[in-house]
Design a protein around this ligand. Structure first.
Ligand code: SME
Length: 159
C-alpha cells in the first residue's frame, strides 16, 4: 500500500530530500504509467516539503500542458520560452527564481507565489518530456540543495 511517510521537519533539508527520494523511488519503480508516476511523485514532494504548488507540465504538440499537480488551479498551457517553465524547457536546465517579480515574463498563476524552481524531466532519448514546477509562498525558498535533489528525483521519473 502506498502511504506517505512522515519526514522529520527538523532534519536538515538535504536529509529530508534523501528520505523523500527513497520514498519516491520505492513508490514508482514498478509503475509504468506516466500519469500515475507524476501524480504520486508530486504528491509526495508537496506533502513532505510543504510547498504552495507542485506539479508537472508535459510537452504536448509543442506546448507545455499542465499535468498532475498539487495546489490551486494553474494555467493550462505555456509556450516554448515563456515564463519560468518555458525558459527551463527552452534552455534545457533547471531555473531557480528567488523573486518571481524580478523575473521578466513570469506567468503569475497565483498571487501567493513568491519564488519558484523548474526542473526539466528528460526522456530516455534525452529530450525534455516534461518539467517539474514548484512554487513557494516564501521569497528565495529554493537553493542548490533543492536543485540537486529535485534533479535526482526527476531522473527517477520515466515518461
Ligand atoms: N509561474 C510559472 C507558471 C506555472 S504556475 O506557477 C503553476 C511560470 O512562470 O512558468
Amino acid at each position: 500500500m502506498a502511504e506517505q511517510i512522515d519526514i522529520d521537519k527538523t532534519l536538515p533539508k538535504a536529509e529530508q530530500y534523501q528520505l523523500l527520494k527513497a520514498q519516491i523511488q520505492a513508490l514508482i519503480e514498478n509503475e509504468t504509467d506516466p500519469v500515475a508516476v507524476m501524480a504520486n511523485t508530486c504528491a509526495a514532494i508537496h506533502e513532505t516539503m510543504g510547498f504552495w504548488w507542485t506539479g508537472f507540465y508535459r510537452v504536448v504538440d509543442g506546448m507545455l500542458v499542465v499535468g498532475p499537480f498539487q495546489g490551486p488551479l494553474a494555467c493550462m498551457r505555456i509556450a516554448f520560452g515563456r515564463g519560468v517553465c518555458g525558459t527551463a524547457w527552452k534552455e534545457g536546465r533547471t531555473v531557480i527564481v528567488p523573486d518571481v517579480e524580478q523575473f521578466p515574463g513570469h506567468i503569475a498563476c497565483s498571487s501567493h507565489s513568491r519564488s519558484e524552481i523548474v526542473v526539466p524531466v528528460f526522456s530516455d532519448r534525452g529530450e525534455i518530456a516534461a518539467v517539474l514546477d514548484i512554487d513557494s509562498c516564501d521569497l528565495a525558498a529554493f537553493d542548490e540543495t533543492d536543485r540537486r535533489w529535485l534533479e535526482e528525483i526527476c531522473r527517477l521519473v520515466r515518461l
